[in-house]
Each structure stands twice: as C-alpha cells, then as structure tokens.
Design a protein around this ligand. Structure first.
Ligand code: GLA
Length: 382
C-alpha cells in the first residue's frame, strides 16, 4: 500500500470514529528454507516482506471495542470483559486471541477501535495471520503503554493462534513479521528465539513467489497432527524436541513406529540440517547449492512430511524444466499457498509467463506471481 492509501485508511478511521488513529504496518513473511522445523526447536530462514497488514487504531470510550477488516468488508464489536472465540475460520479470532491473552496476563488495556487493510492474500502461506496478530499486539502495546518487549509480543501473538485460532503454530511467522530487517533474511534458532541476520543480495538471481491460489481444507488439523507426531517421537527418543536428534538416533526406534511417522521425523531432522547448510551456501555465495537444498526441501515436504498438494508439486516440477531456476519449494504450512523460486532475474518474465500458462491449463484457474522486497518488521508509520 502506498502513502495515499495509508492516508485513506486514516481518513476512514477519522470518519468512523472521530479521532486521529495510530497507524502501523505489520509485514507478512517469506521463508527461504526450514519448513515445519520451528515447532521442533529447530532452524528456519524467514524474512519479513513489503506486503502485509496496515492497521489504524485508537482508544474508544463507547463502552465496547470494534474491529473492521476493510478487505473483507467485515465489522465486529466485542466486550473486553466477555471475550470468546468466534467460530473456527473467522478472521476476528486473530484479533480476539491477542486481546484475550493480554487480558489473561493482567495487562491494563481498555476499549479500542481498529481498522485493518492488507495486501497479502489470506491462505497464501505468507503469514497474513502473524501480520494481523502482531499489528494488534504492537498497536495495543503502544496505545496503552504496556511496555512489552518484542519477544513478549510475539509470544502473545503465537498464544492467540494456539488458543483462539486453534493452530499450534511455531514461532517463525510471528518472529519474522516482528523482527524483520530490510534486505535481510533471519537465520533463526527457534529454541532460544535468536536470529542471525543475513544480507540477501542474490545478484543476477531473485526470489519469486508463485501462488497456487488454493488452500485445501483440513490444513489446520493436518498441521496440528504433524506437530503431535513430532512430539510423540521426541518423547520416545527421550529428548525435548527433534532438534536434539540425528538420523542415527532415529534409526534406533525405527521398528517401534509406523513408517509414515518415521518418515515425518526423518524429514524434520534432514530439513534442520539443510537449513544450516543453506546458511553456509548463502555465506559462500553458492546459489547453486542453495537451490539444490530448496528442491530437496520440497521433496521431503511432499514425499516424507506429506504437506504438499498437486498444485504445489506441479509448480515445483515445472520449475525444474527451466535452467534459469536454481531451486523451488512450497513455502509455509502447506496444502496450498505459494512456492518460492530462486530464478535468474533476466528470465523471470519468461519463466513466470510459461508457468502460469501451464498451470491454468492444468488446474483451470490462475496462479499469481509476486515480487517481494525483504523489509523491516512491525512498526508505527505516523
Ligand atoms: C506455518 C506456521 C509456522 C511454521 C510453518 C511451517 O506458517 O505458522 O509456525 O510451522 O507453518 O514451517
């Protein structure tokens, strides 16, 4: 969104609530590699992007709170003393969950009004949900001077997703959205929630996102199911998380678990190693190696972890036919959303045009292409 539309958001707020709002931006994220490793205390490699959620908010003395999602043309009012989750799948749970967690911690918040406008599609695997949660917690922290650290804020956002949305997510999305650094990706250790930033300049190459524009249902329950499998296997291995074991360790219990669960745990252990290798590859300017790691990541997500889908697999397979593409993989939770592709800049147009054509032929609906910039995390804009 440009300045003019931010102004429009402000004007809309003033027209509706008669006060000047605080304005903030909270970004979505990409993830170069390290998928489904975050809730295994492992490594991930995300970056905040220049697309996300814009929020306008201010205190309210109307006796209740209001949240409006302009994109969805949806308005909800709620009472801070009688918070309850909306039915599953409703956007306001991301907002209500954060508010409930702040209340649960005994923090002094009062009624407020908030309006959102976003420029990332929901369900695209670019974490519009973490962007939304972070915009609420950051906005309320500022408005009511709660003195929360950024780390406390992302833990509140994550808790909201666990309790109100019902997805037992890891910390990657909220971290990337809150702590993003312009032009950089964050090599995050999810155990101690601490990241090393890497300046990303792929020179003749760039990252391109292709959205399948599908989000298969069941994705939330499948996500929680994957997490449960990982936790069960960790328990069997006597460790805190899969981060603590090697492939050899896993071998020891191979006969005690189903082959499906074994493969899932194997994927996580391998993906963790790939993420460390990816950091090395980037350090050494070895984009070929990085691309290979991305392809291997997809293979694991699809065949072992089983969180891909036909549309994502098709896009990744198609990319393999282009020498201009060094690597591609599904990004985020899976079952739809985007692929992330490492492509020679000179051939992006040709690659994306050819791919979208084939995609439309096969699936009878459009794929979308996004060029994104790596950007700063959640921040006030006025
Ligand atoms: C979703 C979750 C994250 C992470 C990814 C998969 O985006 O919110 O915590 O687990 O899936 O890597």
């Amino acid at each position: 969104m440009n300045t003019i539309t931010t102004k429009a958001l402000e004007a809309k707020f003033k027209a509706l609530f008669n006060t000047t709002p605080l304005l903030l931006f909270s970004p979505g994220r990409i993830n170069i590699i390290g998928e489904h490793t975050d809730y295994n205390d492992g490594y991930v490699f995300p970056a905040a992007i220049n697309k996300g959620v814009y929020a306008a908010l201010q205190k309210s003395n109307s006796g209740h709170s209001t949240a409006i999602a302009l994109n969805k043309d949806s308005r909800v009012t709620f009472n801070l003393d009688a918070l309850q989750p909306a039915p599953q799948g409703h956007w306001e749970n991301y907002v209500l969950g954060v508010v409930a967690e702040l209340k649960h911690r005994g923090l002094p918040i009062a009624n407020f009004n908030i309006i959102f406008e976003g420029d990332i599609p929901l369900g695209a695997g670019m974490s519009s949900s973490a962007a939304l949660e972070n915009s609420v917690v950051f906005g309320l922290n500022t408005l009511f001077d709660l003195k929360l650290s950024k780390t406390e804020m992302i833990l509140i956002s994550q808790k909201a997703e666990h309790t109100y949305v019902g997805v037992k997510c890891g910390i990657m999305d909220q971290y990337a959205s809150m702590f993003g650094i312009a032009d950089s990706a964050l090599h995050l250790d999810c155990r101690n929630v601490d990241a090393t930033p890497y300046k990303i300049n792929f020179k003749a190459y760039e990252l391109v996102l292709i959205n399948t524009n599908v989000k298969h249902s069941l994705s939330d329950s499948a996500y929680n199911d994957r997490r449960r499998v990982c936790e069960t296997i960790s328990k069997q291995l006597g460790v805190k998380a899969l981060r603590d074991v090697s492939v050899n360790d896993l071998e020891r219990i191979k006969n005690d678990v189903s082959i499906e669960d074994y493969n899932k745990a194997l994927y996580v252990i391998e993906e963790n190693t790939r993420t460390l290798k990816a950091a090395e590859a980037i350090k050494n300017d070895d984009l070929k190696a990085l691309g290979q790691l991305m392809y291997a990541s997809h293979e694991g997500l699809s065949k072992k972890y089983k969180v891909s889908c036909d549309e994502l697999d098709f896009l990744v397979e198609t990319s393999r036919k282009h020498t201009a593409v060094l690597g591609a993989r599904m990004m985020g939770g899976g079952f739809g959303g985007c692929t992330i592709n490492l492509v020679a800049t000179a051939h992006v147009k040709q690659f994306t045009e050819a791919t979208t054509l084939l995609y439309k032929e096969k699936f009878k609906h459009e794929a979308s292409i996004y060029a994104v910039k790596l950007a700063n995390g959640t921040h006030i804009i006025n």
